[in-house]
Design a protein around this ligand. Structure first.
Ligand code: OGA
Ligand code: ZN
Ligand code: ZN
Length: 388
């Protein structure tokens, strides 16, 4: 292949055609796109890596007066007297036809049932803290499977905060940056009792409920009780979609209200309404919102639809609890179970509280935006690649 290149102005397609000397096409670059992405100091602020060109000043019909390639740079002189230089390497990375999808934003999910019981992905706390590849692999497992167990964390508060710092920071909720699940008298939340917790997603009463959840077992001295159950909500939703399309339609269209009010450091009253199974415009799953304990009594649908909504919810719930769909983990001290909160439902068996029988979990959340950002940074470091 020739090392020499040339550029042609193709006015009918309003594009620069970058070609090898022998005529083979390297790439097609529309004039307006080149003008919009000029990397000079007037058009692009280098230290903030932000575009300075505003749409108000951009002419979609802009045309180069002159374009030429020399020494691996495409030089353009525009009709408005502005000049741009584009490294050919940069142009090659920005081929329109094969601009690849960001691999971090589009994971291929694998749904699971009870077979997961014997192959829950495991990581060590020390590796997640000290090794970038382990940190990246852990986030990827959460994207693909939505569940991972982290072993051998210290038996004291602060471990989930350390993981949060590795990502960047934790998502704060009305329960604080982290929360302590310890049974208390006059508990403000059913989680802070010794009662069974049905399979649920946390914070369905937030419009943006937390994405990744961690529960760190600091103390667990029960021989019986206090086990955690998990179920892949997307797997159940997929099954219902095939077996009972009408129930699927109800669960994806009729909204249910969730609410929570009380007082921690401040008085609060949260409320959010959404279908139990939420879909993206292309039909893929966006989220599951389900939590019997905080499902509101108000249902804003015609009264004649109430019975069919309850029947559909009952079918969803029965599927969650089928042996083939759920798994159980009895955490030991130092375990951190992590899961995709808007996909994998979690529950807890009741346990007995005596003076010596203690159970203490510390929980925290991380948003996907932060986790995916960390993944991209690690990936770019590994590939020695800078963002474009
Ligand atoms: C919660 C919760 C689980 C547990 O606090 O929301 O689900 O094992 N806790 O106590
Ligand atoms: Zn410029
Ligand atoms: Zn919970």
């Amino acid at each position: 292949m020739s090392a020499f290149m040339r550029v042609e102005l193709d006015h009918p397609s309003r594009s620069c055609l970058l070609k090898h000397d022998d005529g083979n096409l390297i790439g097609t670059y529309p004039y307006v796109w080149l003008r919009d992405n000029c990397r000079c100091d007037k058009c692009f602020h280098p230290s903030s890596r932000a575009r300075l060109v505003l749409m108000v000043n951009l002419d979609p019909d802009v045309i180069p007066d002159v374009a030429e390639v020399d020494d691996q740079t495409l030089n353009i002189k525009w009709s408005d007297d502005h000049s741009s230089q584009f490294p050919v390497s940069w142009l090659k990375e920005n081929q329109f036809s094969d601009m690849s999808e960001d691999p971090v934003s589009t994971p291929v999910r694998q749904f699971w049932g009870n077979e997961m019981q014997h192959k829950i992905p495991r990581f060590s706390f020390a590796d997640i803290l000290n090794n970038d590849k382990s940190l990246r692999d852990w986030i990827e497992v959460l994207q693909v499977h939505g569940l991972a167990l982290i072993k051998d964390a210290p038996h004291k508060e602060g471990a989930v905060l350390e993981i949060g710092k590795r990502i960047s920071f934790l998502k704060t909720t009305h329960s604080g940056e982290t929360f302590q699940v310890i049974s208390k008298f006059e508990a403000s939340n059913l989680a802070y009792t010794n009662a069974e917790l049905g399979l649920h997603t946390d914070f369905p009463y937030y419009a943006r409920s937390p994405n990744i959840q961690m529960l760190h077992c600091i103390k667990q001295v029960h021989s019986k009780g206090g086990e955690n159950q998990f179920c892949d909500g997307y797997k159940v939703a997929e099954d219902i979609k095939h077996v009972d399309p009408e129930v699927f339609r109800i669960l994806t269209t009729i909204p249910v209200d969730f609410r929570e009010w009380g007082t921690d450091s401040n008085e609060y009253h949260f409320k959010h309404r959404s279908p139990i199974i939420q879909l993206l415009p292309d039909g893929r799953f966006k989220a599951i919102s389900y939590h019997d304990h905080v499902r509101a009594p108000y249902i804003q649908i015609p009264v004649q639809d109430v019975n069919k909504l309850y029947r559909a919810i009952k079918i969803f719930n029965t599927e969650l609890y089928k042996e083939e769909n759920k798994i159980e983990i009895k955490m030991v001290e130092g375990d951190i179970v992590s899961f995709a909160n808007r996909r994998v439902l979690h529950g807890r068996s009741s346990f007995t509280v005596t003076e010596t029988n203690e159970r203490h979990l510390e929980g925290a959340y991380i948003d996907w935006d932060e986790a995916c950002s960390r993944m991209r940074v690690i990936r770019e470091k590994m590939l020695n690649k800078k963002p474009l």
